[in-house]
Write a protein that binds this ligand. Sequence first.
Ligand code: HEM
Length: 393
Amino acid sequence: MNVNFADPQVLQDPYPVFDAIREAGSAVYNPSADAWMIASYDDVKSVLFDDQHFVPESDKWETLYGGAVVESLEEPRHGELRSVLAPMFRASYLRDLRPVITELIVSRLDPIATRLRAGEIVDVVPALTRAVAGRILAHIIGVGEDDVPRFLQWAKEMGATLESYDEPDPERASQLRHTGTQATKMTCAFAGRQLAARRDDDSTNDLIAQFVRSPITQSMNENDQRASIAQVIVAGHDNITHTLGHVFAVLALHPEQRALIDADRTLIPAAVEELLRWRTSASGDTRVLRGTANVNGIQLEDGARVMLLLAAANRDPARWSDPDRFDVTRPKQPHLTFGSGVHTCIGAGLGRLEAQVMFEEVLDRLPLFRIAEPIEYGPPLFMRGPKAVKITL
Ligand code: HEM
């Protein structure tokens, strides 16, 4: 089945295409991507767990980030490097981060409420969600707030590299790769300067200090150290920005669900899980097969690329009844929004926390709002999200 995931119409609403793929079989070959598409929950999950056979597309990640990173590595190096990142994502660290996130969100929501009351249309992406995601990342990584706009811009441009892998037109794919590579160079150079500065003073408690102190990262080459910082910047900002934008979309588009959550705030964690399932930001992930494997009856050969359609798996009717409905009262069931297996997203707890705080504060501080213009979704598929979320009263 030929599917062009760079097609703006497919990106705008990929769900009918996902359904067609799921119905066509457990693994469906897509000639334009030269990849096997997998769309059912059980099949996606079994591939994610089989990390002996289905390994990361290391070239793709290393081109994107400029060196080896957790996402591109296999055991044992993957586990070692992940242990350096882990302290910044532990529950105790996140608990201390909650007031910082709340303060950041509140300081931007109040002016938005004023603008809405004055009759303005407000795009919450630049006014709130992107800024919050960026500042929290700066806090975790340990860089100054003044650097946030610069690294957010480069991180956004780096997304062009991922977009190039979905692009069937070779000329456009090469242009996208060029834009992405230039931005990767800028981000890695920035990360290198931050690492160098901290080698003289590693007294702070942030990711860069962690990198400078750890014997694991000291044994890595400079390129890979920079790439890991670049990765946290990229992996951390787009998906969170999109998820926070979805908070506004789901509240405005489902007033009856908004009323439920508003009346019973203990529903907020369930609302976050339902939002992550229903509007999965990282819609598609990839692996390469080493050796041969059988995906639920379909035999795949050595070197086959597989596209794991996480957003499709999250709407599998075999797992969720009426899967296209946004319903915060559904029975609790894990989804695949953060992947699964050894490469499960390290920032999942942070993503959940930021979305919970956003729900709470929006319900407290913003009057009933509506979406002012239809939401347009942008590439790449791996980080599909709203380009803008314009709201009005
Ligand atoms: C709602 C927000 C987020 C979503 C939907 C998301 C999604 C994902 C997914 C699907 C993966 C698995 C990739 C794979 O299997 O190849 C992943 C991995 C990863 N994510 Fe996230 N992510 C989010 C937030 C974050 C944040 C905030 C950070 C860091 C600040 C982060 C850092 C990472 C890293 C480092 C990995 C690689 C983990 C590994 O390979 O062991 N993510 N993310």
